[in-house]
Design a protein around this ligand. Structure first.
Ligand code: GDP
Length: 391
C-alpha cells in the first residue's frame, strides 16, 4: 500500500534490538481539571508494549501492557497519538537515548509552492506528493498564506540587500503561497534534490523546478538550505495567518480524513480539478490541523443521529493531521461543494456521481475520504474551527 508517511523502519533508521525502549514526554488535556497533565510514555518496540508514567503524581498511570496497534511513524515531536482513548501530545524526547536514536530521522524542512506556481496546475500536488512518497518524506503541516513585504523581508533576510531582492519580494508576495512542513530522514537535502537548482534552466527533467519553474525568480518552489535555516523558516512561515474567506461570507469546508494521508496528493488534485470546473468557485483556504477528540465531537455534534456510525466517524478524524479546504465565491457554495464530494455513502456515490471524491476514493460510510459542510447554519462554525481557531 502506498503511504506518504515513511514506514517505521525507514523513518527511524534504527535497528530494533531486544527490549529496545523509546521514551517520550507527552501531555494530555484534562478537560475536567482544565489543565494539561504530563506523562512519560515508554514504548517497548520489539515486544509492542507500552507503559505510561504520571509525572505529576509520580506513579504508574498504565502498567506495561501489550500495545498491538503500535505505529512508530506516529511518534514524532509535535504529533499527537491516541493511546487508550486519550490524545497524548508528544512534546519532547524523554531521554538522550531516544533523542539520539530518533531525532535525525525527524529532520524538518520548509517547502513552499510559490504564488506563481500555486494554482497554475492542479497536477502540481500529484507530482509533489509522488516525489515526497518516493523519498519517504512526510507532510506534517501545510497552509495557504499570503506573505506581506515585511514577512518576505524576515523570511529572506539574507537576500534583502541583493540586487534581485525587489523582484523576489514582488513574486513571493504576489498571491497565496502553499507552505509545507516536511519531516523525514535528511529532509532538507532530499527536498532540495527533488526541486533541483535555483535556476530552472539548469534543472534536470526529473526536478520539479524544470517542470514548473519559469525563471530564476519564478522558480516555483522554495526549500530550506540547512536544518538550522529550516527551523528558522518554519517558525516564521507557520506563524502567518492561514488564508480564509472573510467572516460572514458564504463558505463550505471540505476536510480530508487523516487515514487517507497516503492519497492526499491524489485527492487534492482531484478536488482542484473539479473546483476549477465550477464557475465562480474558489479555494479561499487550505490548512492542516490535528484537533483533539473532544473538539471533533463538539464540531460534529449537529450530525449526531444524522451520520451513520457517528462515533466511528468522529474517531476517524482524530487520528492525525486533517487537511481542510475552504471554498467560497459561488452563490451556492455548499451545493457545489456537495456535488464535488458526492453522496455520503461511497457505494451510492459510485452509482449517482461516479466522478465525485467519495466515489473515487471512499471505502465505506466511515472511511468516505472527506467530510463536507452540508448544512448552511454550520458553515461559519466549520470555517472558524478549521481556519480561524485551529492550530
Ligand atoms: P534557493 O535556495 O534555490 O531558493 O536559492 P536562494 O536561497 O539563493 O535564493 C532565494 C530565491 O531568490 C530563489 O529561489 C530565487 O527565487 C531568487 N533568486 C536567487 N538568486 C537570484 C538571482 O540571481 N536572480 C534573481 N532574479 N532571483 C534570484
Amino acid at each position: 500500500m502506498t503511504d506518504y508517511l515513511p514506514s517505521a523502519s525507514s523513518r527511524q533508521r534504527v535497528t530494533f534490538a531486544e527490549s529496545q525502549k523509546f521514551s517520550f514526554c507527552t501531555t494530555w488535556f484534562d478537560k475536567v481539571a482544565d489543565q494539561d497533565r504530563k506523562y512519560i510514555v515508554n514504548i517497548f518496540v520489539d515486544t509492542k508494549e507500552i507503559e505510561i508514567m504520571d509525572v505529576g503524581r509520580k506513579q504508574a498511570f498504565l502498567k506495561r501492557c501489550p500495545y498491538p496497534e503500535l505505529d512508530m511513524t506516529k511518534f514524532y515531536l509535535g504529533n499527537s497519538v491516541v493511546i487508550h482513548g486519550r490524545q497524548h501530545n508528544i512534546v519532547e524526547f524523554a531521554n538522550e537515548y531516544t533523542k539520539k536514536a530518533l531525532s535525525s530521522a525527524q529532520e524538518r524542512t520548509c517547502a513552499i509552492v510559490k504564488p506563481h506556481a500555486y494554482g497554475a496546475n492542479p497536477n502540481i500536488f500529484k507530482d509533489l506528493l509522488r516525489e515526497l512518497h518516493k523519498n519517504q518524506l512526510a507532510v506534517s503541516r501545510l497552509q495557504l498564506s499570503q506573505l506581506t513585504p515585511q514577512d518576505a523581508a524576515q523570511f529572506y533576510a539574507e537576500h534583502v540587500s541583493k540586487p534581485f531582492y525587489p523582484s523576489l519580494q514582488q513574486m513571493i508576495t504576489s498571491g497565496p503561497a502553499l507552505i509545507i512542513e516536511l519531516v523525514g530522514d535528511q529532509a532538507v537535502q532530499k527536498w532540495r534534490n527533488i526541486i533541483g537548482p535555483t535556476d530552472p534552466r539548469q534543472a534536470l527533467p526529473q526536478h520539479l523546478r524544470s517542470k514548473y519553474g519559469i525563471s530564476v525568480t519564478e522558480n516555483a518552489f522554495h526549500g530550506s538550505a540547512t536544518p538550522q535555516e529550516a527551523e528558522r523558516e518554519i517558525q516564521i512561515a507557520f506563524q502567518l495567518r492561514p488564508l480564509c474567506a472573510p467572516e460572514h461570507s458564504r463558505t463550505a469546508v471540505i476536510v480530508i480524513e487523516p487515514t487517507f494521508k497516503a492519497q492526499y496528493g491524489d485527492i487534492l488534485s482531484h478536488l482542484f480539478t473539479q473546483i476549477n470546473q465550477v464557475s465562480g468557485l474558489v479555494v479561499s483556504g487550505i490548512h492542516s490541523a490535528d484537533p483533539v477528540a473532544a473538539d471533533i465531537d463538539e464540531l460534529f455534534k449537529a450530525y449526531q443521529g444524522v451520520i451513520p456510525n457517528w462515533r466511528s466517524y468522529c474517531d476517524a478524524f482524530d487520528d492525525g493531521v486533517c487537511i481542510a479546504i475552504e471554498l467560497t465565491g459561488s452563490n451556492d457554495v455548499i451545493q457545489n461543494a456537495r456535488n464535488i464530494v458526492g453522496p455520503f455513502d461511497p457505494e451510492i456515490a459510485k452509482l449517482l456521481k461516479p466522478q465525485s471524491v467519495r466515489a473515487v476514493f471512499g471505502k465505506d460510510c466511515v472511511q468516505n475520504a472527506v467530510f463536507v459542510t452540508d448544512i448552511a447554519e454550520e458553515a461559519e462554525i466549520h470555517s472558524d474551527f478549521w481556519f480561524r481557531c485551529a492550530e
